[in-house]
Structures are given as C-alpha cells and as structure tokens.
Design a protein around this ligand. Structure first.
Ligand code: SF4
Ligand code: SF4
Length: 370
C-alpha cells in the first residue's frame, strides 16, 4: 500500500489496512462544551485530566522511532484537543519533519471570532486534516456561524476539512434541519456518525441487542492505538477506549513503554487482530466450542458486541486464550499478510520458530514484538 492518510482511502478495506499506520492522542478529558451525548463524558470540570507538561517533549523526542515503525498519520482528539495547543503544535511540527500527516477533531469553539480563529490556525499550521464536530448538542455551546467560519478559514488555508455530525437513530427533525444547514455551506464535506450508548450517550440511546442471525458480522473498525490523557493506550478511539476497567485490549501505558513498542504490540495483538480481520464470527465459534453461551453479547454494531465481550470475564478469557494459541496465530499471520500486506506477526512467528529450533522449547511469551 502506498503511503496515504485517512482522507485518501477509497474503501472500508483500505481504511482497515491504514489503521496499522495510524496513531492517536486523546490529549484531555477537558472541554469548554458539555454536550449531552458526549461519548467520553468530557466537560469543563475535567480540565485537569490532561497530558502532563513534559509529555509533549517526550513524544517529540520519540518521533524518529515512531516514524521508523512506519506510522503515516497522527490524530489528535479529546475532549477538546486545542486546549493543549502547545502539545498539539509541538507534536504535529515534529511529525511534519518525518512526513507524517496530522489530523484533529475539534468543536471549533475557537472560531467565535476571526481573530481567535486566526491565532489557532497559526499555532496549528502543521495540522493537515480538520474534523469539525457539530450537531444538535454542540450548537447549545458553539453556534453554527462559528463552525462555518472555521470551515471557510480552513479551506482558505488549503486544509482538508470535514464537518462531522452526530445524529440520533432514528434521525430526528432537528438533526435533519441541522444537516441541511451544514450542507448549505460545506456541501459534501460532511460525515455522519450515530450517537452511541457510550459516556453520556448512554443516557440517550441503548445498544441494540441482536441475535445469531442479525448481529453485525463486520470487522473491528479500529483506527489504531489511542494514547489516553493518563498515558494508558486503548486499541481504538471507539467504545472499547471508554471502557475504563482493566481489559485485555488495553495495550499498556505510554509512560512505561516507548510508543514505538506500543505500536508494534497493537500490530500483533492476537485478539484485536482477529476481530480486525474476521469480526466476531470466529470468536462466537470459540465460545460454542468451550460450551459457553455467548449470544447475550451480540449487538447490531460490532463495537457494541466488542464492549459486551470486554465486560464478560468468562467470555473474554476464552477469546484471549484461543486467540493466543500457536495454530490460530499462524492462521492470523497468514490472513494479515493476505488482507493487509502486514508482515509483523509473520515475522514474529518466524523469530519464535528460530528460537524454538535453537533451544528446543517454544518461547513462553507469545505477545511481545521484538
Ligand atoms: S465537544 Fe466533543 S468532547 Fe466536548 S463535550 Fe461535546 S462531544 Fe464531548
Ligand atoms: S471492535 Fe472493539 S477494538 Fe475494534 S474499534 Fe470497535 S470497540 Fe474498538
């Protein structure tokens, strides 16, 4: 696959493949807004939940090693990532030196005036891709004219801009009115996402229970590892990243391991890569073979099924154990090569095999990249 960013992909498969080249920073849980549907529960009261002062310099110092892993794009999210302008500015400048493109998700509260918007754009000149969020909850705090101002000014600067709109399922009349108003100035530069049952969104909507016929068989749509404000690394920016209890898909802490190692760990994690390639069908078969009823976790969205599995220790233990077996990892390594042209698990298995031949015993630890 040629080097590309999330805005260049032409298919879901290409987007899935690209996730192994992406890295995300969720810089704070603070936000000047307090939207009723916020999936991370961000708010002004949580401003203290953010990266420490020295973390930006630490990431900048590690940027050559991060680039060396083949990361092509870095995303900043939160909370409101522009609250840590220094962090985002420094890290995106360091990324630009390695030809790594950067994107940000922001609610554009900084565009209430042209002058304020100009200052933000100046500080964040190395951000190439801007996702501006708005919906019927955001507009209680940031009016649509500020969103339009941000959109126009970013376009004038030659940036790629998408207005990201969250909507209810089923869509309400207010959602539709707002979408019309946004499309009047942004045309096709819009993307949509349903409000999910995560964070404060769980007060608004429930995940939709499915059965063996109707559950979502689609693969895990992760966008790559996400470093949370406290250093813990989630497998994605989707619902699993909001499950704050210790679960098997956490990838450790960026305060304890080099970020490049965490990227490598993400690429060979057997359970995560299994659902990224095959979705949950194979995992369901493991439950059945273990004689355990797993139907209660099935949902009409893959990410919701994933969260239910993470909340069930018995099922999760079965999935982790089966995904980690040698025979499954061999099959998975082949699939990753075929599907996404990813050699990392294959290379690890070859190293493990060489070690086996050398010492006559299979390495005890399956999951670590070299
Ligand atoms: S702007 Fe985004 S991060 Fe902030 S409260 Fe609203 S949904 Fe949450
Ligand atoms: S399936 Fe799970 S790991 Fe994958 S993106 Fe969804 S929540 Fe994240």
């Amino acid at each position: 696959m040629d080097k590309q960013g999330p805005r260049h992909v032409k298919s879901f498969r290409e987007a899935l493949a690209l996730s192994s080249r992406r890295l995300g920073f969720s810089v704070t849980q603070g936000c000047p807004l307090k939207c009723g549907h916020c999936s991370v529960g961000a708010s002004p009261e949580l401003h203290a939940n953010r990266y420490g002062r020295s973390f930006g310099q630490e990431v900048v110092r590690q940027m050559p090693a991060i680039a060396d892993t083949g990361i092509w794009s870095i995303d900043f999210t939160g909370g409101e990532p522009t609250l840590l302008m220094g962090f985002v500015g420094d890290v995106s400048a360091a990324a630009a030196e390695f030809d790594i493109s950067c994107g940000i998700v922001t609610a554009a509260h900084w565009a209430r005036t042209r002058e304020q918007a100009r200052r933000t754009l100046r500080c964040l000149r190395n951000i190439d891709h801007w996702d501006i969020s708005t919906d019927v909850y955001h507009t209680d705090f940031v009016r649509l004219d500020a969103v339009e101002r941000a959109y126009e000014m970013l376009k004038d600067e030659g940036k790629s801009v998408i207005i990201r709109i969250a909507y209810h399922e089923p869509m309400t009349r207010d959602d539709a009115v707002l979408i019309d108003a946004v499309m009047a100035f942004a045309g096709r530069d819009v993307s949509f996402q349903p409000i999910g049952p995560v964070g404060r969104g769980s007060d608004i909507t429930q995940s939709s229970i499915a059965d063996a016929e109707s559950y979502d068989r689609g693969p895990c749509p992760t966008t790559g590892p996400l470093i949370q404000w406290d250093g813990r690394v989630a497998p994605c920016c989707a619902p699993a990243s909001h499950e704050m209890h210790d679960h098997a898909l956490w990838l450790g802490s960026a305060h304890c391991s080099p970020i490049a190692d965490i990227v490598r760990r993400w690429r060979i994690d057997p359970l995560l890569q299994t659902i990224r390639v095959w979705g949950f069908e194979i995992v369901r078969n493991w439950f059945a073979e273990a004689g355990v009823e797993g139907a209660h976790i099935l949902r009409s969205r893959t990410c919701d099924t994933c969260v239910e599995m993470l909340r069930d220790p018995t099922l999760l233990a079965i999935a982790v154990e089966r995904a980690g077996t040698l025979s499954h990892r061999v099959r998975l390594a082949y699939a990753l090569l075929e599907e996404f042209d990813e050699p990392w698990l294959d290379e690890l298995l070859r190293r493990e095999a060489a070690e086996y031949l050398r010492v006559g015993a299979w390495p005890a630890r399956h999951f670590e990249a070299a």
